[in-house]
Design a protein around this ligand. Sequence first.
Ligand code: PMP
Length: 281
Amino acid sequence: MSTVYFNGEFMPLESARVSVLDRGFVFGDGVYEVIPVYAGCLFHAQEHLQRLANSLALIRLPNPMTLEEWEALCKDLVVRHSKGNQIIYIQVTRGAPEKREHVFPKDTAPTVFVMTSPLTPPTSYTGETAITHPDIRWQHCDIKSINLLANVLARQAAAEAGAAEALLIREGHLMEGSSSNVFIVENDMIKTPPKSNLILPGITRDVLLGVLAAANIPFQETELTEAQLRTAQEVWIASSTRELMPITKIDGIEVGDGRVGKHWQGAWELYQAHKQAVCQA
Ligand code: PMP
């Protein structure tokens, strides 16, 4: 039975219960975070917990813990489970007041939930498919909001097309995946959309850019059009759970020569070496 942290206590998952008046349930009024754990080691925990702090600040919900307290809590939960690979999920909502009312409640404690599940990190990739999908989300995609309906609908469309990801297009521009950031290679240059309010500042994205910079591999953070996506040599997606996934077919059409590219291969190897260096994983 899995142990979770819920509002100040560790308990079996089955015992954790939220009120139907929880603002996460009635308004989607909350944020979340996901941290990969390799062989019991939290990977870039500070960056993930800082993003959680940023998401909370953007929705004006006071952070219930310091970064150090969050990290200690996550480590405590991890050691209660296996020493293996895990994925930590944190969710904080604006709590469960007595009545449903849009305006922020006064004196209502936030709901804090943390769980961990087994993670099977990818060991290699042979090329995955993606679809494009209109980005129908709001103007604050930089908040890791629990409101994921637009992402869910896009990802479902991908699943129904037998594809691994939906690449979101907003006004002719490539933004990110439904649950990943996106990279393309054009004229042998690695490119990814710049951070803005319209994409999630992915930790995997940032870690990868850091690893590329350290290896003196040039890249550009630049706006990308749908046309650039469709003529790219290589397309990759990046996320904590999928790490760096090469996309070799988009909307049924091959990317480049339809095979996993050499730039992806190099970036993947650097990323794996970085994981090993940080976590001996
Ligand atoms: N964009 C979106 C919309 C996401 O949901 C995710 C995964 N949470 C990412 C990007 C990648 O973020 P990370 O690398 O921090 O997992």
